[in-house]
Design a protein around this ligand. Sequence first.
Ligand SMILES: C[S@@+](CC[C@H](N)C(=O)[O-])C[C@H]1O[C@@H](n2cnc3c(N)ncnc32)[C@H](O)[C@@H]1O
Length: 291
Amino acid sequence: MTAGTGANGTAGTSGGSAPGGDPDPLAANLHWWDSTVPVHVASDFYDVEGWLADQRGPRAHEAAVLGDVTGLDLVHLQCHFGKDTLSWARVGAQVTGLDFSTPAIEAARHLAVRAGLSDVSDFVCAPLSAAVNVLGADSFDVVYVSLGALCWLPSIDEWADQVAGLLRPGGRLFLHEVHPVSASLSDDDLTMVYPYFEEAAAVVDAQAGTYADVSATEALPGDPTYTWNHGMGEIVGAVVSHGLRIDRLDEHDWTSFQRYPWLVQHGEEEFVTPADRLRIPLSFTLVATKA
Ligand SMILES: C[S@@+](CC[C@H](N)C(=O)[O-])C[C@H]1O[C@@H](n2cnc3c(N)ncnc32)[C@H](O)[C@@H]1O
């Protein structure tokens, strides 16, 4: 899911408002995310049973960029039901996941027990805006944020403030996200149809189903969701202005999920543009250190 395609991977409306007027976007998003949890836990997309059976750790590219996390305190912001969070516990980190969805946090705790990782994990239900208040300032060696998180937040500056507050001096932000250029393009002909820069007005989507299961129209009948894109310069600028030093920023011509139906799989973890199309930036990774 991205700001450009709405929560379920289908076209949204830029700058619109929900039927009935004057909605609370974050409350509407919370309702939608609560409804996704049982669908996502059971989905082929997330493949929880395979992840448990294979005892998978983090994505190979992420592990290579972040390096050895043994003994580090790592917080995963917007952790959903904790699969990515617990993957870092499998390779030695002491992990904390934060998400505003109660069903997501309950599912994460249950998954931790099933994975035998409850001693090295903690899951906390809170909105991103309360992260420092709830988890404590200067508490983590790593803040980790993964695919499909930033688009749910109206202000990248407020997000960076929380990230900087959570990190200890010398701690690192590791962000692996959908590229904001990709988020602004239509799925079929790649024309720019959604905002690239952060706008006050959200992209409103009300399609049934979810990116992880388009057939789940009963559980997810098409309640509206609200997303916001953030340009690359806005993301980098927010991180730097909150006292972090950028160590590396890599824009990738691959992504870890089938962002467009016409992407082709390359290796186990990557989807790329076919050879007859120009490559576009599909995802990016950023590492930054708190002074
Ligand atoms: C796509 S998921 C997280 C990505 C993760 N890589 C995954 O797929 O498991 C986005 C998560 O953001 C959470 N979320 C959205 N808005 C939030 C907010 N304002 N505060 C905290 N969590 C939020 C949702 O509940 C959801 O679990």
